[in-house]
Write a protein that binds this ligand. Sequence first.
Ligand SMILES: C[S@@+](CC[C@H](N)C(=O)[O-])C[C@H]1O[C@@H](n2cnc3c(N)ncnc32)[C@H](O)[C@@H]1O
Length: 325
Amino acid sequence: MRLSGANLWISITWKDSCPVDRRQRSIVKAGLQTHWWRISVTVALDAAGRIEEALEVLGALAVTRTDAGDSPQFDGAVPDQPRWALQSISGLFPPEADIPTLKAQLMAVGGAGTAPITEHFADQDWELSGRASFSPVRISDHLWVCPPWNRLPEAEDRVEVVITPGLAFGTGTHATTQLCLQQLERQMLRGRTVLDWGCGSGVLAVAALLLGAADATAVDLDPKALAASGENAVLNGVNDALSVCRPDEVNGHEQYDIVVANILAGTIMDLAPTLERHLAPNGILILSGILAVQTDRVQAAFAQYNLNLSHREEWACLCGSRIAS
Ligand SMILES: C[S@@+](CC[C@H](N)C(=O)[O-])C[C@H]1O[C@@H](n2cnc3c(N)ncnc32)[C@H](O)[C@@H]1O
């Protein structure tokens, strides 16, 4: 997963048994895990790939890359290639890891001046600590996103989207998700069809269905996101109306009343012809994952649309329909 902002970019590659992975949580709960080690190395860009690879080969359960300097990177066509000049790369290791040997090997790979830092995390119930940090998120007077273990009391005019955090991006806490949800809520959704491209947890597609859409299609490259969307649809009782698929499985001729894409600006621009092809003639396009400074570029890629701009933090959302010819 990659998050980006003007001053902060974090890239995380979670491997099979990381603490937020459901398999690992069950191991932790079974009491088999007592603590974790994190080894971090700060290196220049040209050594970053080697260190990341070394951490993976040495058995890291998760590898994280962050900007260790101040060189904000705005996404391009290939958003998964961090180019920060100075990078901090860390690996998460199980308790039995041979830390002195790991450090020596990283120093050999990184060369002179490589100084691995080791941190120790005491045992904790990752599932419970994760749970504590997720509270209901208020999107508007009527719309909320809640984790399954922290539901709101029932209220007639409230729509509650129940999302299990940790399965995929889209818990309702990120500004771009909130902007898209607010735009969706403003549309006449009853009986409409919705395409959610880059569905993550499925939060947007599920919300659209709860708000009255007739059916929705949730699309993502990541199989975990597709599984999460399916699970979240079941949690909300809208699974009969949700189709979940990879981009190459979308029927090329199908058109939707609403097309929403909360991805990154570069990806959205690359996807412009695809998103336009799937939008019905009078349909509504909702785009986010765009930094405020990137809106002109995205607007130019959708020049035949009249797109209104909304903002939250450093993020932007564009929403509108095709200009009548
Ligand atoms: C920022 S998350 C948005 C999740 C959710 N829709 C939300 O609004 O919170 C972007 C998602 O887009 C997916 N993605 C990235 N590039 C994609 C592409 N070219 N086609 C389909 N999905 C893509 C990622 O795997 C990720 O799940």
